[in-house]
Design a protein around this ligand. Sequence first.
Ligand code: HEC
Ligand code: HEC
Ligand code: HEC
Ligand code: HEC
Length: 205
Amino acid sequence: MKKVIVLLMVTGFIYGQSFDYIGVKKCSMCHKKEAKGAQLKQWQGSAHANAFETLKNEESAKIAKEMGLKVPAYESAECLICHSTGFGNGGYEVKDAEFWAQKTEKGKPTKDVILMSNLQAVGCESCHGPGSKFKSTKTMKAIFTDAVEGKTVGLWEPNEQVCIACHNKKSPTYKEFKFAERIGEYTHPIPTEMRKELLEKYTTK
Ligand code: HEC
Ligand code: HEC
Ligand code: HEC
Ligand code: HEC
């Protein structure tokens, strides 16, 4: 009987698991190589990488004023929900000066501070999902070779639904968004030959 309860608790834990955000830098460690499609560079060159900085510009200040927001755009939930990663969903949070000033014994920013700053802007996880449970090489390879289904470990399919969660009329500067026309700008594929090579490498022992 005891065993059954323990088992229930264990499976309950697995199925009730939460997926945590890890930030752009962590994903990028393994996704920057030119030969594999340079996902980091592709992202850095996109508007998404700049989405948080945008909230500090004049246009944003003007929008915030018109909307009667009480705090600057870059501290407003009304803006951060689409201009940062995972806001209101376990990701980016508005923090005070005391938080940002936290230092390690060696005088470096703490892990918490680094993570938070890596969730500013529309990062990898805004489209691919929170990475805590799929970020390991082992799991990533298993997903890549279809041995594990991505969604069971929190990896989303970056489809139209994902884009229109932000590209919709709630955006104060909304421009019509046609998924089929824009998606081409937002893929950063692993080149075909490389993909073949990797699949072979990961599936043969
Ligand atoms: C420790 C290394 C590592 C980290 C960290 C990592 N990945 Fe990966 N990822 C891989 C490897 C290895 C593959 C298999 C393809 C390859 O070799 O590039 C892969 C494949 C993928 C794929 C393709 C999956 C598929 O369906 O074929 C996506 C999407 C992806 N990673 C996104 C991310 C995101 C987003 C993060 C951060 C949350 C991340 N990765 C963090 C190593 C990593
Ligand atoms: C978390 C919210 C969010 C998600 C998810 C998201 N975007 Fe964006 N996107 C933005 C924001 C915010 C900007 C504007 C950034 C800036 O200019 O500072 C933007 C800008 C863009 C732009 C350039 C501006 C334009 O309209 O010409 C394109 C193209 C784009 N996104 C496509 C996509 C596609 C395709 C997807 C889905 C695969 C997607 N986005 C998912 C928030 C998001
Ligand atoms: C529902 C999601 C969403 C919300 C909420 C949102 N934005 Fe955006 N924002 C976007 C997207 C998507 C883009 C890029 C395409 C567009 O303008 O439709 C964008 C673009 C922008 C731009 C650049 C426009 C340009 O010239 O290309 C500014 C400035 C901006 N947003 C400011 C704000 C401010 C300030 C707030 C809060 C008051 C805010 N946004 C709230 C999604 C959002
Ligand atoms: C605006 C949404 C968006 C953002 C932000 C984004 N991606 Fe992607 N990513 C996509 C889409 C769309 C695809 C294509 C998916 C497909 O074809 O199945 C993709 C595919 C991938 C692949 C798989 C490539 C392949 O050929 O299988 C990897 C790896 C990847 N992204 C990593 C990243 C990393 C790392 C970051 C952050 C530095 C990132 N992505 C940011 C939308 C995004």
